[in-house]
Design a binder for this molecule. Sequence first.
Ligand code: F6P
Length: 547
Amino acid sequence: MTDVVAAAFAALRAHAQSLVGRRTLDLFAQDPNRFAEFSVALDDDFLFDFSKHKLTGETLSLLRRLAEARGLEARRDALFAGDAINITENRAAMHMALRDLSGRPIRVGQENVRQMVETEREKVYRFARAVRDGEARGATGHSFTDVVNIGIGGSDLGPAMATRALSPYRGEGPQAHFVSNVDGADLADTLAALDLARTLFIVSSKTFTTQETMANAASARARIVAALGERAVEKHFAAVSTRLDKVVEFGVDPSRVFGFWDWVGGRYSLWSSIGLALAIFIGPDHFTAFLQGGQDIDEHFRDAPFAKNIPILMGMLGVWHRNIKARGAHAVIPYDQRLSRFPAYLQQLDMESNGKAVTRSGAQVDEATGPVIFGEPGTNGQHAFFQLLHQGVDVIPIDFLVAAQPTAADAHHHALLFSNCLAQSEAFMRGRTLAEAQAQLRAAGMNEEEIDELAPHKVFSGDRPSSVFLYKSLDPRTLGRLVALYEHKVFVQAAIWDINPFDQWGVELGKELANRLSPIVADAQSSTAELDGSTAGLIAWRRAQIA
Ligand code: F6P
């Protein structure tokens, strides 16, 4: 860490001390403009409110100083220039190229990739239309009523999250299903209710080597062959990958193979052909609106000034909580049932990107990096884990997401949903003092002895920070904006922590060991002598159960 960076962190820590004892509510009382000052509107249909974090204008100035010391602007320029910023894999991270609808050249290294991006997208759109219109048919001449995406991680979570989020945009298209887990129950349960003669499988895998996806694809293929014959495979399978050579070996008709490029990371690939299941589900026009939402945020991230730049603010607020306040988790709570998979999607995006302990140059980091990300939709979360968020010993910052308008839902329900969202955000900030708790119990007619016993249990510290993302409605463009905002937030934090957010070596060791163990598990006669005592003992116990 350079002296300038160390000084910027030290200044933030000293400043945090100066805020001890002040209440967020007092900051509102002292500044009638606080909401306007600490919120950002995008056009007239998206609002980011971060005024309930206990911070001041000085906090933002000091965070800005840290961002400058870490060269955030130069890193952002390198990202958009298509430089090979994923240094451990020597690749660019140019997912923004996939949603750039401007018509201008897009550079990845020395190459202008616009033409090939548009050609591949057009191919995806043609196929999506053919499936939706019933022009593409199965081996028995039936149109497809169901599409099953087989993939995992970035080849699953994006389309799975987005099809749920955008279900009102399906129209007459087929239903979408997602099989990811190598547990055979996933495929079996998904297929149980489907008619194979009307089912299209999409095998999605960037590398086309992932164990889970290859096992599920082989089983799905066997099911099709058993039900409809070998020749049905080419009619019932499509594939998405960067390894077109491997797809051909699997036997997919080349006209149904869709590519993308190694400069698109798995967890950033929803914008690419990996979005095929989504494009079929919502149709090309809505998919383009989704891309447009992503492009809106790219422009905003490049052009908006620091204090009004939403992904920069999201990232820097996270740095404030993680590094200055030592908060190890971050909750994302959509008050929007259709965003139920959004927290899971963000877990991969954030934790696979920023779960790193070495800097770009390979040295140990000297500040904490990515927090644990978790969440569930509200109001359900309120009746599950919110107790800990309100009164637990750890303070956990929260992102609330909510629509101003319901999407094809009952207005009365939406009013209740919306009130709950704002009430929770307010409660986390406001809290309840001991004196307030005592007064409440006194008003309820309790005697002083009872009050002394009960009141401490009814105290809430308050000053628990939350942001609110308020959007007009959950349409494709809004979803594109939300996804791109979080992508850039993760990038901003990686820049501050000087880590590479675009590799994921940590996933490798488990994969290697699974490949080593699977033949030993499959063959009851094989020796376990080379294994550690626990692994050998667990395998022996299983062998006894299934003997
Ligand atoms: O879980 C590790 C990972 O490499 C993710 O980064 C990726 O999204 C996922 O596996 C699936 O990989 P593929 O698309 O190559 O099958």
